[in-house]
Structures are given as C-alpha cells and as structure tokens.
Write a protein that binds this ligand. Structure first.
Ligand SMILES: [Zn+2]
Length: 427
C-alpha cells in the first residue's frame, strides 16, 4: 500500500541531507541494525506463469533496524518502488477454514462492540472484500474498500450488494472521495505492516477523518512474537515494518487516535490488533522529542538471539536438504505463502525441492518467485490437516501418484516432515 506523495522528512526511508534515516514511527535517528539478508523476492504474493520469469523475479535487500525510542523495527533498505501491488498479488488467508472462522468471530465482535449496524464501513487494503462483505452482511452495513490488487474478476467503482471497492492505492488523491464516503468505521487487516511510512499514513488518515467521530480496527502480523519464537522465515521484503505492541500503539496515539484496546490475537498471538477512535481535533504538529519510554541503546536480547538462530536454522536445513539430495529423495514443500517463499529462497540446498503444494487454486500451476519451484495442488487428504496443524506427521496418500513418494516439508519450516510411505524421514 503506497502512501501519499508528500513524505514527511522525519519518516522517510531515504537518507536525508545529514545522511541519517529516521524511524518510520517516531522519527528517531538512534537506530540499531541487527539483521540483514542480501536478497529476497520483493513480491511474495506474486507467482509467475513460467519458471524462467520466476527465476528472474525482482529481488531486494533487507536490513532490519531497531528504534531505541519507540521499539519499532523496520527494513532500512526497503524501496517501495520495487513492488507493484496489482491484480494477481495474493496473500490472503481466507482459503484457510481456521482463518475464516477467526475472521467471523472478529467481525461479530466489532459489530457488537461498535454497534456497526446500518453504518458505513471503509477498509484500507480490502483485497477481494471478503472481510468487508462479512461486516456488511452481518450488520446490514454499507461498505467501501480500496486496494490496488483487487482481482480483475471483481467489478470496481460501482456499488454491488452495498459494497463498492476501488482498485487503487490509498493516498492523498483519495481524500475527496473519502470525505464523501464519511465512514463510521475503518478497518485495515494485514496491510499496515507493508506500508513504508506507517505513522505518516495514520496522520493523513486522521486528517481525512476530520471532526467526525470514527472508530478503527487495525490488525497486523505480530513481529514481536515472531522474533521471540525465532520464526526466521517470517522475514519478507514487502513487510517493511515489524511492529512491537508498543510501537504499534504509539503510532496511533502519535497520529491523534485514542487506543480503546490492543493486544495479540489469532491462534494465540499470531497477530496484533488495535481498536482506536478519534479524539479531539486532528493533530497540527507533533514534537519530535516525544518519548514513549525507551531510552537505552542496548538491543533486546530476543533480537540478537534471532540473528544467531537464523544462522543455526539455516545451517541445519542446508544439511537436511543436502541429505535428501544425496539420497535421491523427491521433496515437496508445503505452502506457497510468504514463509515458504523465504525458506525456498534463503536456502541454496532448497534446489532439491521442485514442487510446492498449495491449497490456493489461484497459485496452482504457477511458479515461486526467485527459486522457481512449480506450485501444485496438494493431495486431498492433506488439505484440511494443513489448516489444523502443519506440525503433525501424516502418511502420503498411496493413490496420489505424482506426489506419492515425496517427502513433504511444511510451510512453517519448523523442522517437521510429512513423511511418505516407503520413504525415510530426516535425522
Ligand atoms: Zn521509533
């Protein structure tokens, strides 16, 4: 999601005249780099029609830095111009029954809590409008959404069944239309962490809202938990921001919103959410010396441990995949999502893997960016099992000829193997 064209000099990722790069939440210059990856595909949500195009996919650098003032983490080398969010970009999880059930629960809770009945709702990064439709159907609401990657199969800029989605970026050009929509409630799910200048975006949004009392629900990937659990494959190029609970909440407060509640959600703590509301007039200016509690130059232990864990896990998987190659095993990876793309691109030995099983039919038959594996439909008995838990062992179905003797590696990459009949597992 691109922001408007007038980038705040305190929050730009580009170097300013003094050669310093400020935190994208608080503008602080005291940033500590702690993790870097030379090249990752810039579009994990994009799959390619042929192998050669996939192998030539655009790549970008990752250099994660930690802000000592607000605890925010972001990729200092992120370049938004490398990414094109267009129809065909697909990272939604609604193919998962578990995720769909979670979303229904969230929608009903928001409807009850904010009395979202016969109201106007606006979603930033609405995708196909799945969550927006849910809110509108359950609460008899009217919904508007915006997303540059709305599939071409969906009619845009016309209201159908009380829903209207615009295929565009949310930026200052949308201001006038936003004022006409005048939403009562704004939501944004799994998008905010992809925005290069998150605080700047919130400040623009606060200005657009003006004096109308408005509530918000934002939901993001819980980077804080991912670092603590050393989920090393969760580092994605287009995910330029890695919020902690503190920096997530502070971004809203600093932009002129009041936090109603915030915390972890989805399967324990996979995501972080914020419920907020407008409070008083939009902020005219924010002092750059605002503090949010942190004042030490030491980096949290979890971040230094993450860097070491990445090296250890990478080495371990290199060894395991090498053993598969030596033994002549056929290995199929499970999951063409972001973690899968990172795994396949960050391990040279993953070249032993030629196929990726994926339940999203829109990706099947296409190729993984960067590493070039072909995406195939999973054998039917595995589809539900993946949603429930990808950490269990399963037997490969004897009747699925193409994948029968393959070893399956799960999308979570935690070291578990879906072991086929007649094939030996890893050490
Ligand atoms: Zn900061």
């Amino acid at each position: 999601m691109r922001l408007d064209q007038t980038v705040d000099p305190q929050t730009t990722l580009q170097e300013n005249s003094s050669g310093m790069i400020g935190c994208t939440v608080c503008g602080n210059k005291r940033l500590k780099p702690f993790f870097s990856i030379p090249e990752l595909p810039v579009d994990v949500g994009r799959s390619f029609a042929d192998e050669s195009s996939a192998l030539a996919a655009p790549m970008g650098n990752v250099e994660l830095v930690f802000c000592h003032r607000c605890s925010h983490i972001f990729n200092r080398q992120f370049r938004s111009e490398l990414i094109t969010y267009a129809p065909g970009y697909e990272v939604a999880l609604y193919h998962s029954p578990v995720f769909r059930e979670f979303m229904k629960t969230v929608a009903q809770r928001l409807i009850d809590q904010f009395d979202l009945r016969n109201k106007t709702i606006f979603e930033i990064g609405a995708g196909r409008g799945w969550f927006l439709r849910l809110l509108c159907q359950l609460g008899a609401n009217r919904g508007f959404g915006i997303d540059p990657a709305v599939p071409l199969s969906i009619s845009c800029e016309q209201e159908v069944d009380h829903i209207c989605i615009y295929r565009d970026y949310f930026d200052a050009r949308f201001s006038e239309r936003f004022r006409l929509i005048a939403p009562d409630f704004i939501c944004c799910l799994s998008v905010f962490e992809h925005i290069p200048h998150p605080w700047h975006m919130l400040r623009e949004l606060r200005t657009m809202i003006g004096s109308k009392p408005t509530s918000l629900y934002f939901e993001i990937f819980n980077a804080h938990a991912a670092f603590a659990r050393t989920e090393v494959w969760s580092i994605l190029y287009e995910q330029c921001s890695y919020f902690t609970p503190q920096s997530f909440a502070w971004a809203f407060q600093r932009a002129g919103f009041r936090i109603i509640q915030s915390g972890p959600c989805y399967q324990g703590d996979q995501y972080l959410f914020v419920e907020a509301a407008t409070e008083g007039p939009p902020p005219q200016a924010v002092a750059e010396d605002d503090e949010c509690g942190l004042d030490e130059l030491t980096i949290p232990a979890a971040l230094t441990q993450f860097t070491q864990a990445f090296a250890d896990i990478q080495s371990s998987w290199q060894q395991r995949l090498g053993q598969f190659a030596t033994a002549g095993k056929k290995v199929v990876f499970w999951g063409a999502g972001g973690k899968g793309v990172s795994f396949l691109n960050l391990l040279p030995a993953a070249s032993v893997i030629r196929h990726v099983a994926e339940s999203n039919p829109d990706k099947q038959g296409k190729y993984i960016p960067g590493s070039g594996q072909r995406i195939v439909a999973p054998p039917r008995p595995h589809r539900t099992a993946l949603d429930r838990s990808s950490l269990q062992r399963h037997r490969s179905p004897r009747k699925h000829v193409g994948l029968r003797r393959a070893a399956y590696l799960t999308g979570t990459c935690s070291g578990h193997l879906l072991e086929p009949t007649g094939a030996s597992g890893p050490p």
